[in-house]
Design a protein around this ligand. Structure first.
Ligand code: HEM
Length: 447
């Protein structure tokens, strides 16, 4: 009895000291909240910030504290699901098999006309994932892909360096990611323009909360065009293999049998869309952080081994994929006591979780030297940040993306100094599902 009273007193004092410790954070969160939602002094926030409001889209980072501290599990009528923002809750959802990737089915499959990796589960997922992971990690990465990335960087950067400034996102990152994927899959480089357009149309609907009929119709027509384009290519490679990835997939066995034409075609769409959308954004975001933190830029310039930490910290601080949707297949009560019924859609807010102060100190600071980043595992499934997801659907192209972004940034470091935004350029980001700059005009001096 005595022990029970003592332990309940200890627990009460622990809770009160945790509350004390959290006061400044809560105060800052509410201050932000008041500022952005016109809440008056003395009032408290009774409803979560509206994710669809323009002031949220303009700068979601200002609102994440409020969401995470005041509304860690919040329902949005417009999105038809619950947004979760704490690191521990996001981890739970991404690792627990009772949260499935079902919500992606309705959006993505409509466009791809077949299941992409991120929406399937169980044996089929494991078998196909094995093939894709093998295609984009070592030894394939060093043996085949590094050379392709190198050649494309050289080809793109040569003419760009003659200009006064470079649009790092539009003219370098995006083109690089598409050309590299065309070369690897074995698709003609001359088809760049239409493949770029189809991928953009598909991504705008598949990686968004936008349900407008226009965006949906455009995505369906882009998906149909890309499918019609890819099907005869895959059929040809099934009969006449060449030394490319599509031919390799035609010969690969998922489980104990070769994949059908349609399954290979969907993997191609999957690789194209998954590889292109976040890579150009990450390069733009990295450049933004290095321009805005010149001492850290100098540190990386003089010791390129720090580049991996700079890319990882970019991904933590400003992940280009900000939301992963899941469906709860059973009633769930989160650690915060919030209840979510079976069948609900759950949106994991990766960017909010990546700035959870329970895991990262001064999470809002871009700091390539932070000790809590877990640098060595930042591009692997054990990463502390969620930019590549976590659990069984962890990004199959993380190692590949790291190589591509580091090689692109290293080439810029080698050829240019004195990085700054071009005159008249105003940096801005766009999107709440995927987020990044549409353009970043880098001015520089040639080495
Ligand atoms: C910086 C670049 C990248 C970022 C931030 C990123 C982010 C992500 C995220 C968050 C997921 C998890 C989706 C989920 O759990 O529902 C994912 C999955 C995936 N990514 Fe990436 N990705 C990047 C680059 C790439 C590249 C270059 C490729 C291909 C070469 C790729 C291929 C994939 C595939 C196939 C999946 C599905 C994996 C599965 O469901 O098992 N990604 N990515």
């Amino acid at each position: 009895m005595f022990l029970a009273v003592l332990s309940s007193r200890i627990a009460a004092s622990l809770v009160s000291s945790i509350n004390e410790m959290q006061k400044p954070r809560r105060a800052a969160a509410l201050e932000n909240c008041r500022k952005w939602n016109q809440i008056k002094e003395g009032q408290t926030m009774h409803s979560p910030p509206d994710i669809f409001a323009p002031h949220f889209t303009d700068d979601p980072y200002r609102h994440f504290d409020v969401l995470r501290e005041e509304f860690p599990v919040s329902y949005s009528e417009q999105a038809g699901g619950y947004f979760i923002s704490r690191h521990s809750d996001v981890r739970q959802v991404l690792h627990d098999k009772t949260f499935t990737a079902r919500p992606l089915q309705s959006r993505v499959e409509l466009v791809t006309q077949g299941p992409v990796l991120a929406q399937i589960e169980g044996r089929e997922h494991s078998a196909k994932r094995k093939i894709v992971v093998r295609s984009f990690t070592e030894p394939s990465l060093s043996r085949y892909h590094v050379g392709v990335i190198e050649r494309n960087i050289e080809g793109l950067l040569g003419p760009l360096l003659k200009q006064e400034s470079i649009d790092v996102v539009r003219d370098f990152g995006r083109k690089l990611s598409i050309y590299v994927m065309l070369d690897i899959l074995g698709l003609p480089r001359s088809d760049f323009k239409q493949i770029n357009e189809w991928c953009a149309g598909i991504s705008k609907y598949s990686f968004s909360l936008d349900s407008s009929l226009e965006t949906r119709a455009k995505a369906i027509s882009c998906g149909r065009a890309l499918n019609n384009y890819l099907t005869p290519v895959v059929q040809k490679r099934q009969n006449h293999p060449e030394g490319d990835l599509i031919s390799d997939w035609c010969a690969s066995e998922a489980g104990d049998k070769r994949m059908a034409t349609d399954a290979i075609r969907v993997l191609c769409v999957n690789a194209l869309v998954a590889a292109v959308e976040p890579t150009d954004k990450t390069l733009g975001l990295l450049m933004r952080h290095l321009i805005e933190n010149p001492e850290q830029q100098d540190a990386v310039r003089s010791d390129r081994r720090l580049l991996a930490a700079a890319v990882a910290e970019t991904l933590r601080c400003t992940p280009p994929v900000q939301i992963i949707p899941r469906q709860s297949e059973r009633d769930t009560t989160f650690g915060t006591g919030h209840f979510v019924p079976a069948g609900s859609t759950i949106y994991c807010l990766l960017a909010a979780a990546n700035r959870d102060p329970r895991v990262f100190t001064h999470p809002e600071r871009f700091d390539i030297f932070r000790s809590d980043l877990g640098k060595d595992r930042s591009f692997a499934g054990a990463a502390e940040h969620f930019a590549f997801g976590s659990g069984r659907h962890f990004c199959a192209g993380a190692a590949f993306a790291r190589a591509e972004i580091e090689m692109a940034a290293n080439s810029l470091f080698d050829a240019t100094i004195n990085w700054r935004y071009a005159q008249g350029f105003r940096y801005g980001e766009d999107g709440i599902y995927t987020r990044g700059p549409k353009s970043l005009l880098l001015a520089f001096d040639r080495v």
